[in-house]
Write a new protein. Structure first.
Length: 591
């Protein structure tokens, strides 16, 4: 069948493989499987129920879920089939943003996952002008449950009406509005059509190697983000069984249970996985420790396609058997590919995981491009360390004179909802202005160097690309988060959130006393001196004008909840700057 709308994917899967574990979620300690046929049946029941509730074409229905789950996907298809739009909302944003988004999109119904999300919605419910009802996925007292709609939809007498609605949905119709978290100001509603997302799924899917009908995926990145959502549609296209992790906290346990062949990641997660493996290696002794760090050194020199020659490949086979096989076992034993997006991936991680036979295919894109613009692929020489792959088919990229990446194609958004002025600012002559700086090498590989808006000049007129510097600095196990500052100042400096967990390990290992609280740790001269050593070492990778000359440590753990990070773990630079303006003054007032 020809896929032109998002709800065509499960029907395509049914036509090819009615897999017994299309969607799998754990309830009360047991993995419950939903087959392709059951997936479609329940989606149709939801569609029939929505029609009985009076849902019209182009009505907006919000979904706010703290975890990925089967219900989300059933609701997605059920909503889209009747010509309505699914508006996913990040569960961790503020109540003020909940209120803004639900009113801005004029959501008629809202589906929530749990009590915590429900409490946030209930606190602003009286301010929601268009909302008719809230339903929950979990069973919650005094809240309607989504199963009531499944029950209502058991009456199949209006299925013909559902079919009529489906037939009226065109590929050019709006499918979803995704509100980008943003670093400042109000969230922007990115309008994506069925064509935007379907084209992106079909044009990027050949880059990911799957054994159709036998691959197993574990999904844990937020489904409200277009990256994970498109990945899920790709899984459905290839009849991959999708297991939904219970939570980030239980991810390690779920990986061991599910033994996935594929999952998507963000760089911060891989950094944490690698740091955990590295920490275990430091605890080894004797020959085991020597072998571990020999394998690490080998992995950090990895080049694809046997470029390092016969002797290197011979050693790598030994390292894989003795050391890296245990890493792979720790991640379930079957993992053969990871897909990374959202932020730049450190090249050392690309090398080490590829050496361990768990290659990370880094890609690039934005919510406004549905999202994939380019992605690495091991087949046909399409994997390049330090690049985000080649541009996918049917998408065109050109580099503006100032280095900005411009994108044209069927994946480029319809525009920002109710914001023609902002839309016209970023859509010029058919191209979307990404705001990212990059270049395309002679072999067609795209490389990202920084965010246009985040680059700054020192008072000496030198350009600083903060993301590049931050990515290198985070290679230190002492540094959990870092933000480079210095716009208009004589030198770059940084705010640093130390890795408090690692510092406590370092304290024990060396028999030191650095303090019990985070405040005591960041003011300890030994900690400050040790982090200065790390900065000095990593500074050698940069030109003199780029080196971090001063830094200040912060006691807070930078997180989504505390406002330092977006839900996709990017720095909210203006907010971090505001939080630490006293430290900024301390750094620059004495220079």
């Amino acid at each position: 069948m020809n896929i032109t709308r998002l709800f065509d994917f499960p029907y395509y899967q049914l036509e090819k493989n009615n897999i017994p574990a299309a969607l799998v979620t754990k309830y009360n300690g047991e993995w419950i499987k939903t087959s392709t046929q059951e997936y479609i049946d329940k989606a149709n029941a939801i569609s029939r129920a929505l029609l009985q509730l009076g849902v019209q074409k182009n009505d907006k229905i919000a979904i706010i879920s703290s975890n990925n789950r089967t219900e989300w996907n059933i609701m997605d298809i059920g909503v889209l089939q009747v010509g309505a739009q699914n508006v996913p909302i990040y569960p961790t944003i503020s109540e003020i943003d909940y209120e803004y988004i639900l009113n801005h999109c004029e959501a008629k119904y809202c589906f929530v996952s749990d009590e915590e999300v429900l409490r946030k919605v209930n606190r602003i419910k009286n301010n929601l002008s268009f909302l008719k009802e809230v339903y929950s996925f979990n069973t919650i007292e005094n809240c309607k449950n989504w199963k009531e709609l499944l029950e209502l939809g058991k009456d199949t007498s209006n299925q013909n009406d559902v079919e009529d609605r489906k037939n009226q949905v065109s590929s050019e119709d709006l499918a979803t509005i995704i509100y980008t978290s943003g670093t400042t100001g109000r969230p922007k509603g990115v309008m994506l059509s069925h064509r935007n997302i379907v084209s992106n799924v079909l044009d990027s899917s050949p880059r990911i190697p799957f054994d159709e009908g036998t691959s197993v995926a574990l999904s844990f990145l937020p489904i409200c983000h277009i990256f994970e959502r498109v990945i899920l549609y790709i899984y459905q296209y290839y009849s991959v069984s999708i297991y939904f992790a219970e939570s980030i906290e239980k991810l390690s346990d779920n990986i061991k249970e599910v033994k996935p062949t594929v999952f998507s990641v963000v760089p911060r997660l891989l950094e944490k996985v690698y740091d955990k493996i590295y920490a275990k290696g430091t605890e080894l002794t004797g020959i085991k420790k020597k072998l571990f760090f020999w394998a690490i050194d080998l992995g950090l020199r990895y080049e694809p396609y046997g470029a390092n020659g016969f002797w290197y490949e011979t050693q790598l086979k030994v390292a894989r058997k003795l050391i890296f096989s245990k890493w792979k076992e720790g991640l379930g034993g079957n993992l053969n590919v990871m897909v990374s997006g959202s932020a730049a991936l450190q090249t050392r991680l690309t090398r080490i995981f590829a050496a361990a036979e768990m290659p990370v295919m880094e890609g690039y894109g934005l919510t406004e491009t549905s999202p994939v613009i380019s992605v690495n692929c091991y087949k046909n020489g399409g994997f390049r360390i330090g690049a985000v792959g080649k541009v996918i088919q049917n998408v065109e990229v050109k580099i503006a004179t100032d280095g900005e990446i411009l994108c044209k194609g069927p994946n480029v958004m319809m525009g920002y909802y109710k914001d023609e002025i902002l839309t016209n600012e970023v859509l010029k002559d058919g191209y979307f202005l990404t705001g990212d700086i990059g270049k395309i090498d002679s072999d067609g590989f795209l490389k990202i160097t920084d965010r246009k808006k985040e680059m700054f000049k020192t008072s000496g007129g030198k350009y600083i690309a903060p993301q590049m510097i931050e990515n290198i600095m985070k290679q230190s196990r002492f540094i959990e988060q870092i933000m480079v500052i210095g716009d208009g100042e004589k030198m770059p400096a940084a705010f640093i959130q130390p890795s408090f967990d690692f510092i406590r390990e370092w304290e024990k290992l060396h028999g030191l006393e650095v303090g019990k609280t985070n405040e005591e740790i960041i003011s300890n001269p030994k900690v400050i001196a040790r982090i200065q050593e790390e900065i000095n070492f990593l500074n050698e990778k940069f030109g003199n004008w780029e080196k971090i000359k001063r830094f200040e440590l912060t006691p807070e753990v930078w997180s989504i909840d505390s406002g330092h990070l977006t839900p996709t773990l990017k720095l909210k630079r203006k907010i971090v700057m505001e939080k630490y303006k006293n430290l900024y003054s301390k750094i620059y007032s004495s220079t």
